[in-house]
Structures are given as structure tokens and as C-alpha cells.
Design a protein around this ligand. Structure first.
Ligand code: IPM
Ligand code: MN
Length: 353
């Protein structure tokens, strides 16, 4: 296969983990006889500094022209601490989602046995938790009509039938490939938008008799994720609920630095770590590259290159088992590996496999 990759390293630790992701991708391509080209583009604070726009037209073109985007992270404290800033790095992320029509955000929540002790939950509760949250990404309050003056403000949580139908379908696709259990998360006891979700879901449920569909209010779902995370297989929900629940999900497993994600939809799909740009660690060679590397696995799997994805996952597990780990997950007394060293170890494992 020949793949054209747009690489968007972004801000903070972004460029460092991006480099390791690309190295792993190159090693896998070489191993399996694929070719790939890499076109780099600016986004986030780096793009604001260079051209005053967090998702410049040039970057958009490069993304549209690619088969996949390998994205790292955006965000910079200079903008967070400045309430008067007219443009912010995060707007680049939202613009990218909208312009590429990335309506489905796929966030796997996985446990790694050797990191379970890092979970804030008890071992027996979290062990074996393995589910995917499918978050709707281009609708709801994020993009609905907004208003703000000194006395009043609102955001509109609007959804159309079409938007709900297509994201539920993604949920059913994942459930069919996994353990055939889909949980639709909404707030249908209060919100009209949620009642439309539930109505559409009930219609779609009968078309998927092989999948067990259940319905859960979002407040209950947030509780269930803590009390019994192993209950879930695939969860599908709207944009804002998904934003909140996936942060909860990413930390209950104790392996936040290892979680990748994919955003797919109308145009080029984007693969990125769940974690942010961690500006304080920039340039220190301490950031964990595993979430980025696992995003490369998701990228291959998106193109049905399952063996390629599997080899990356194996390499990542092997690195953890060998205690080749960045400082935040290293065992006591273990050697401290940097971002580059972990990446290089994984590349080497792939070459020798
Ligand atoms: C996420 C982030 C973004 C969101 C922010 C940075 C705009 O929190 O990807 O979950 O709210 O969607
Ligand atoms: Mn979020």
C-alpha cells in the first residue's frame, strides 16, 4: 500500500512524540513492504505564531490531500492565561474537526496489566476494563448557535436526525466487531436533543438484532464507569457528554499516557494521542510516546492493515514488559528511558520481529 500522511506535530511535547510515531510508521512500512510519504504542516500555537491562524488554509489543503493525518497535540499556556487572546490553539483543533467532517471520535479505554496499580480504582474493579467510546464530534453545543452578552449567554445543543443516525451506525460497526454490546448514553429524561437520539436509536436497534443495545442516562453512565467499567463494550454519545466521559475513561485505567484515538468522517481521518501538549515537559525528552505510537497502530488498522497494527501493539507491550518506560510509568529502581529511547527500542523490536 502507498500512504500519503500529513504530519501535524503541533505544540509542547507534540513534535517529540510525533517524531517517534513517524519512526515507528517508517519501520512498519519497511517491514511489510508499504511505501509512505510524509508532509509536515503547522497547527495550534505554532501556526498562530507563524501565520496567525491555528489551522491555516495551507494545513487544511495538506490534510485534504492526504490519506491520513498523524496529529500530536496543541495548546500553549501563553494563550490559556490570556483572557483577551483573540485566537487560541484549541480553535485549530475544532476547525480541523469541522473542515474535515470528523464526526466520529473513537476513544478506546484499555487497561494494561502492568499499569493497573496506577489506576485510582481498586484492582478488582478496573482489571479487564476494555471499551470504546464513540463520541459525536461535529455537532451539539460545540458548534450550535451561541450567544453572549453581559447578562445572558447560551449554547445550543442541536442535533439533526442525519447526524444521530450516522454516529449510531459507527457505534454498531464497532459493536459488531467487538463484543456485540452497544450502550447509548443520553439525558433523555431532560433534554429534547437526547429524546431525538433515543428515538433514532430505538429505530436503529431493530435493524441490529445481533447487537445488544441498552440505554443509559449520562449521570448514571459516569457512575457506572467507576463502579463497574467492565460493563461497557461500546458506548456512543453526543459531543459534550463524550468530552467529559472520555476524560473520566482515560484516567480510570491508570494508563492515560498510552491511550490513542481516531477521528473519522467525511474526509481524511486523524489519528492522535488522547493526552494534551504538556508544555512543561517540552524539549525534556521525558514525554511518553506510546499513545502516539498506538495512534499509528489505529491508523494502519483503519486501512485494514491488521497485522501491522498488531505488531505495533506487540512492540508496545514488549517495551512495557521489559521496563523500557518513560519516567512517569517506570517501576521503582528501573532505568529512566527518554521519549527517544523508548521510540528507538520499539523501532528496533519491529525491525527484528
Ligand atoms: C478533547 C479536548 C477538546 C474538546 C478541547 C481542547 C477543545 O478536550 O479533544 O477532548 O473539548 O473536544
Ligand atoms: Mn476533552
Amino acid at each position: 500500500m502507498n500512504l500519503k500522511i500529513a504530519v501535524l506535530p503541533g505544540d509542547g511535547i507534540g513534535p517529540e512524540i510525533s517524531e517517534q510515531g513517524v519512526n515507528v510508521m517508517k519501520a512498519v512500512c519497511e517491514k511489510f513492504g508499504h511505501t509512505a510519504t510524509y508532509e509536515y504542516a503547522l497547527c495550534g500555537a505554532a501556526a498562530i505564531d507563524a501565520v496567525g491562524d491555528p489551522f491555516p488554509e495551507e494545513t487544511f489543503k495538506i490534510c485534504m490531500d492526504a490519506d491520513a493525518v498523524l496529529f500530536s497535540a496543541v495548546g500553549d499556556p501563553r494563550f490559556d492565561n490570556d483572557p483577551t487572546a483573540k485566537v487560541r490553539p484549541e480553535q485549530g483543533l475544532l476547525a480541523m474537526r469541522m473542515k474535515l467532517g470528523l464526526y466520529a471520535n473513537i476513544r478506546p479505554i484499555e487497561t494494561f496489566d502492568c499499569l493497573i496499580h496506577k489506576s485510582p480504582l481498586k484492582d478488582e474493579i478496573v482489571r479487564g476494563a476494555d471499551f470504546v467510546c464513540i463520541r459525536e464530534l461535529t455537532g451539539g453545543m460545540y458548534f450550535g448557535e451561541k450567544y453572549q452578552d453581559n447578562d445572558k449567554a447560551y449554547d445550543t445543543n442541536a442535533y439533526t436526525r442525519h447526524e444521530v443516525e450516522r454516529i449510531l451506525e459507527v457505534g454498531y460497526e464497532f459493536a459488531a466487531r467487538r463484543n456485540k454490546h452497544l450502550t447509548v448514553v443520553d439525558k433523555a429524561n431532560v433534554l429534547a436533543s437526547s429524546r431525538l437520539w433515543r428515538q433514532v436509536a430505538k429505530e436503529q436497534e431493530v435493524k441490529h438484532p445481533d447487537i445488544k443495545t441498552d440505554y443509559m442516562f449520562v449521570d448514571n453512565a459516569s457512575m457506572r464507569m467507576i463502579l463497574e467499567p467492565t460493563f461497557f463494550d461500546v458506548m456512543v454519545t453526543e459531543n459534550t457528554f463524550g468530552d467529559i466521559l472520555t476524560d473520566e475513561g482515560s484516567c480510570i485505567t491508570g494508563s492515560m499516557g498510552l491511550l490513542p484515538s481516531a477521528s473519522t468522517g467525511e474526509h481524511t481521518p486523524v489519528f492522535e494521542p488522547v493526552h494534551g501538549s504538556w508544555p512543561q515537559a517540552k524539549g525534556l525528552n521525558i514525554a511518553n510516546p506510546l499513545a502516539q505510537i498506538l495512534s499509528v497502530a489505529m491508523l494502519f488498522e483503519y486501512f485494514n492493515l491488521m497485522e501491522e497494527g498488531k505488531l505495533i501493539r506487540q512492540a508496545v507491550s514488549a517495551s512495557l514488559d521489559a521496563d523500557v518506560r518513560t519516567p512517569e510509568i517506570q517501576v521503582e529502581g528501573g532505568a529512566k528511558y527518554g521519549t527517544k529511547e523508548v521510540g528507538a527500542w520499539i523501532v528496533d523490536y519491529i525491525r527484528k520481529a
